[in-house]
Design a protein. Structure first.
Length: 204
């Protein structure tokens, strides 16, 4: 039982965050109560600035402080290799392996008819426009090995093979079937990137 309506409100807001239960939210709220007003102002300002100033990269839809993200701006990246991922967190997971030097394209999800998500709800048209304009040498389908991920990968493969892409590959099956890519450990994910295979071999 919480005896303050203000703490109750703070707990409600904190508990609305993904993966945060009410007990954890209460612990966070009480921790914040013990901090100085300056600490709280910095904390709140950081959240406000994050929401107001971060934007999506105009090229790959990664999070960015500018119109283009640091990956897309980096001349040392292999811009003729595009790694397609579902979520921004997948980029963070792949970058943590330090095994990939190309660029990315964030779909913003995966095809899931059960959830009412179709191809038009994802950044697929933007991907095809990008491919037509730049003709990359390789596209990596780095999607989670789930039913929805496999469905999305197959749909993209059919679309991309019509564009004359030299190589369409997928991660080797080091990542367990049914796992989300962002939760794979760095060593396994790194090996899956290095030992990626042609997509057509993965579906035969």
């Amino acid at each position: 039982m919480i005896t303050s309506k203000y703490i109750e409100r703070a707990v409600d807001e904190l508990a609305s965050l993904q993966g945060v239960g009410r007990k954890t939210a209460l612990r966070y709220a009480l921790d914040l109560m013990g901090r100085s007003e300056d600490d709280i102002e910095r904390f709140a300002q950081a959240i406000i600035e994050m929401r107001q100033k971060i934007q999506f990269c105009s090229t790959c839809f990664n999070l960015s402080d500018q119109a283009q993200c640091e990956v897309c701006q980096n001349p040392n990246r292999e811009h003729d290799t595009i790694c397609i991922v579902e979520d921004i967190r997948d980029i963070m997971a792949i970058e943590a392996t330090q095994q990939y030097k190309g660029v990315y394209h964030v779909l913003g999800g995966k095809i899931s008819p059960m959830d009412g998500i179709g191809p038009s709800d994802l950044k697929i048209d933007q991907l095809l426009t990008r491919v037509v304009g730049h003709k990359p040498k390789e596209i990596i389908l780095a999607l989670s090995p789930t039913m929805e991920g496999d469905t999305t990968a197959f749909y993209l493969f059919r679309k991309l093979e019509k564009q004359g892409i030299e190589k369409i590959s997928t991660l080797s099956r080091g990542v367990a079937v049914g796992d989300e890519l962002q939760y794979a450990d760095e060593v396994t994910l790194g090996r899956s990137i290095l030992h990626r295979t042609p997509y057509e071999n993965a579906v035969t």
